[in-house]
Design a protein around this ligand. Structure first.
Ligand SMILES: [Zn+2]
Ligand SMILES: [Zn+2]
Length: 543
């Protein structure tokens, strides 16, 4: 046994001394180089060649104009809204989409105003506000894994074409930086134990659970920069090779990138193989980044009202800004907002004044709701409820049943249902929870079983109005990525969301105000009735 061990050790030494290329075979240790990034104008997933989304089964009520809430009508608006992002892509914007304070965003607001005016909301207008913070704009960038003969014959430098710079990174002096690589796992303190990242480019494995919004690796890049890493690559465990952009994966002024699933897989695979071959010290990443900051910008909110019998407001908000196509985040919410405004313009005068806000949101400089509340002191203590429409309908992307050959874990598949959404009611009003219980039961809206009080997203800026706030929201696999496309939002899901929210607004408007403002544990007896008596009849099949 001893002899065997000695022989084995000798064999390892001999192998280490042998010419490296002889051990490694083909280029990049026989690892297939990654494909180009996904075309951001097209979906990463397949949405049109399998089973259709769960259908809607709603009957129109005569004289109620609720055909305005049909999926096909909403999807037409959804296409128009996503179109403003594609305009930005065509214009050559680097961080493209409906980024707040950019021309494509302002065009989205102008379109919203013209649609609301056409619907009869005569006071529809864009309210602009000055943005004090600068907007960071990358002007050019590149991430390369540097080839070396030690990695196999014919190894050439590979460009990771899904690499997308994260907010705040400064122009690299001299334009380019090349440094050795260190892999840090998920970047937890346990992962970092004994690892020296100083002077290196750190690679972090990021798991969107289910999205970057919930990812445990938020803030890791910044931490690594603080420990002396000269750059960070966030390698996403995700489908395809998409672009991602999210402030929580930035490194301050250090260059910091996110790479998509296939680039991330390649990078981690060659790190592992280089380590096994004893040549990890030769593996280097080269990054280039140039950026600028734009100042003196103007952003805005689109605002319109339907005057009620009382000036007291029900505010219906949807942020109009977003990154990339922003199909779910938040073309979905804005399309539903426009549909609801058209619908309520045709209904009898409401008790309360309905205020529709397409906000300047939070993707880019400035905060739309904060600016709105500052410009409208009359909203404070004169608002019954703030309702937010955000990420209301995307087809869920789930781990499938087949192991992926070129990525981590199982392949991803697209579900026929929308992703389950978290319901939040800030004051825990039993009446509002009761209304929300009708979302799945009567309208087929998929939610979590347990509601909560959290209202993440665009509502933070509304705290100043001192009113209860409510919403449903979820952030999926493609949150803040180029995979959040027009096709991932089904007409059926938009219709479910729109019809439920119409019901919610009607119920809130009719109810005693004390039911909206009363908080947790207030004695409450439901008078809503079941689906049939309180909302449109449900028919058994589409006719
Ligand atoms: Zn977002
Ligand atoms: Zn959003």
């Amino acid at each position: 046994m001893r002899t065997l061990r000695k022989l084995f050790a000798a064999a390892i030494c001999a192998a280490a001394a042998a010419p490296i290329a002889a051990q490694t075979g083909g280029a990049w240790f026989d690892t297939q180089v990654p494909p180009p990034a996904n075309d951001p104008a097209k979906p990463v997933m397949k949405y049109d060649d399998g089973y259709a989304p769960v259908p809607t089964r709603f009957a129109h009520r005569p004289g109620r104009f609720d055909e305005l809430l049909d999926g096909a009508a909403l999807k037409k608006d959804h296409k128009a809204i996503v179109g403003f992002s594609l305009e930005s892509l065509a214009a050559g914007d680097t961080v493209w989409g409906r980024r707040a304070a950019t021309p494509s965003f302002m065009h989205t607001l102008e379109w919203t105003v013209s649609e609301l005016k056409a619907a009869g909301l005569k006071d529809a207008r864009v309210e602009t506000f000055a943005v004090t913070a600068p907007m960071w704009v990358p002007t050019s960038w590149q991430v390369q894994v540097v080839g070396d003969p030690a990695f196999g014959a014919g190894t050439a430098t590979v460009t990771l074409r899904s690499a997308f710079p994260q907010p705040g990174g400064a122009t690299i002096p001299g334009g380019r930086l090349t440094a050795p690589v260190v892999f840090v796992g998920h970047g937890s303190d346990a992962d970092l134990a004994g690892r020296d990242v100083s002077g290196k480019i750190a690679v972090v494995h990021v798991r969107p659970e289910p999205s970057l919004f919930g990812s445990a690796e938020q803030g890791v890049a910044q931490k690594l920069a603080g420990k002396g890493a000269v750059g960070v690559i966030n390698a996403i465990e995700g489908p395809g090779n998409a672009f991602y952009f999210d402030t929580r994966f930035a490194c301050g002024k250090a260059p910091c990138f996110i790479v998509g699933g296939q680039d991330g897989w390649f990078l981690q695979t060659v790190i592992g193989k280089a380590s096994s071959a004893g040549v990890l010290d030769k593996l280097k990443i080269s990054v280039a980044l140039a950026s600028e900051e734009k100042t003196g910008l103007t952003s805005g909110n689109a605002v319109a009202t339907i005057t009620g019998q009382s000036p007291k407001r029900i505010i219906v908000n949807a942020h109009a800004d977003g990154y990339f196509q922003g199909g779910d985040d938040n073309a979905s919410g804005l399309a539903v907002l426009v549909g609801l405004a058209r619908y309520f313009a045709k209904q009898p005068q409401p008790k309360h004044t309905l205020m529709f806000v397409a906000s300047g949101g939070h993707h880019g400089p400035g905060n739309g709701p904060t600016a709105l509340v500052a410009a409208h002191p009359e909203l404070k203590d004169n608002t019954l409820l703030v309702l937010n429409l955000e990420h209301v309908a995307y087809l869920d992307v789930v781990r499938g049943k087949t192991r992926a050959p070129n990525n981590t874990g199982m392949t991803w598949d697209t579900s026929v249902t929308e992703s389950a959404k978290a319901v939040g009611v800030t004051n825990q009003s039993p009446f509002l929870f009761d209304v929300w219980s009708r979302a799945p039961r009567c309208f087929g809206v998929v939610t979590y079983q347990q509601p909560g009080t959290s209202v993440s997203g665009d509502l933070g800026g509304y705290r100043g109005v001192n009113a209860p706030m409510t919403q449903m929201i979820q952030s999926g696999t493609f949150y803040h990525s180029s995979g959040d496309v027009y096709e991932q939002v089904p007409a059926e899901g938009l219709e479910r969301a729109a019809r439920f929210h119409a019901y919610l607004i009607e119920q809130v408007d009719r109810a005693a105000e004390s039911l909206i403002t009363s908080g947790k544990d207030t004695p409450y007896t439901s008078a809503l009735g079941d689906c049939g008596s309180a909302m449109p009849a449900v028919r058994s099949s589409q006719q």
